[in-house]
Design a protein around this ligand. Structure first.
Ligand code: ZN
Length: 192
């Protein structure tokens, strides 16, 4: 008992015994560490732009909000198809909105990590694609809301070339065919 206690106290005594010059060196090392974090600042403008693309859970933006990074960074063909779908939906009295569009890799990673924490790794992979595979990261997918708009898209999306790509995600659309073409059968889920 006595020996473990002295093991514990020894490092503290050593710190107390440090000459002032060593403390200055330690302070300089911490300053250097902050400097290393300063390197991260170089990429920060991109990171804040990425955060600007995030549409919070339960929120949506108009599909016509082309200035929003979540829509602005989509593939131009997908953006055009989305605009055409919005006009057609409006004629049917449907307000087509976007709950998620382009996502940064960091955002996709966060979604996957959150899903793993909530559902476990196996289920998470069925719910959320990896950053390497996500069509959102590539700017080739949009999530449509509210529910009536998603169901409208399920029936009418192929008119503008938009197809539901996962059977378990009625909200997720990608440009898979030419306008008026027949959509392929959706995959079971994001793990395929
Ligand atoms: Zn999606």
């Amino acid at each position: 008992m006595h020996s473990s206690r002295s093991l514990y106290t020894t490092p503290i005594r050593r710190v107390r015994g440090l000459p002032a010059v060593a403390l200055v060196a330690i302070a300089a090392a911490f300053a250097g560490y902050t400097g290393a974090r300063g390197v991260v600042d170089v990429v920060r403008p991109t990171e804040s732009a990425d955060r600007g693309a995030v549409i919070p859970d339960g929120k949506s933006i108009p599909a016509t909000d082309v200035g929003h990074p979540a829509i602005a960074r989509l593939d131009p063909d997908l953006r055009a198809a989305l605009a055409a779908a919005t006009t057609a939906a409006k004629r049917d009295g449907i307000d087509l909105r976007v709950t998620s569009g382009w996502r940064s890799r960091a955002h996709q990673r966060q979604l996957l990590d959150d899903a793993v924490a909530r559902n476990g790794a196996h289920r998470a992979r069925q719910l959320v694609a990896t950053p390497d595979r996500s069509a959102h990261v590539q700017g080739r997918a949009v999530d449509i809301g509210p529910t009536d708009a998603a169901y409208w898209m399920q029936v009418n999306g192929s008119r503008v070339g938009l197809c539901q790509t996962f059977a378990n995600e009625v909200w997720h659309y990608e440009r898979r065919v030419e306008p008026g073409g027949a959509c392929p059968e959706p995959a079971t889920d994001a793990s395929e």
